[in-house]
Design a protein. Structure first.
Length: 187
């Protein structure tokens, strides 16, 4: 059986995870990344590991996003074991804030659709008073919000360190790099 090379463009949270998984499965992988000179989506979104609102109107993407959440803890543990780098995964839940009853109804409808897609996205809608118990600094214009226990984040300054730490040569901005035999088996 012939294995095709996998080329991943972007070494942020998602790109690095895809490259890692493909290499672990034995595929030859090249990860292309601009390094710290690039405007990285993973840094711009603060390293969010987020289930709420992912895939609204796109059931396959919703299922994929939800299933990916379950892979974060084992991935973080494996990266720590292989590289000694803790990506600081925290999945303590996340809040969304709404400013009108209309926004709240739309949010609940959307989240209910996601809850009924594949493995589902659990959520809790909260009125102003309940949300304020969790987020005391919210103002009077906040109508309420939603909370999802799956939401969290990794440290965006550390998530891309474990894989480059496994490279054969020093990395320079603009370099492309391939994962080592440690991750891809003996090639």
């Amino acid at each position: 059986m012939r294995k095709e090379e996998v080329i991943v463009v972007g070494g942020g949270v998602v790109g690095a995870a895809i490259a890692f998984g493909a290499a672990k499965a034995g595929a030859p992988v090249t990860l292309l990344d601009q390094g710290d000179i690039a405007n990285r989506a993973s840094r711009d979104n603060f390293g969010l590991v987020w289930a709420q609102s992912k895939g609204d109107g796109f059931p396959r993407y919703a299922r994929w996003s939800r299933e990916a959440i379950d892979h974060w803890k084992p991935l973080a543990d494996e990266l720590m074991e292989l590289t000694g780098v803790d990506v600081d995964l925290q999945q303590s839940g996340g809040f969304w804030v709404g400013f009108s009853e209309k926004e709240m109804r739309a949010r609940q409808t959307m989240l209910e659709g996601l809850r009924n897609t594949g493995p589902g996205v659990p959520y809790q809608m909260m009125d102003h008073a309940e949300l304020k118990r969790h987020l005391p600094a919210i103002g009077p214009k906040v109508a309420g919000g939603s909370w999802c226990p799956l939401d969290g984040h990794v440290n965006p300054l550390k998530h891309d360190l474990p894989l480059p730490a496994q490279r054969e040569a020093p990395w320079r901005p603009g370099d492309q790099w391939a994962l080592l035999k440690l991750l891809a088996g003996s090639r």
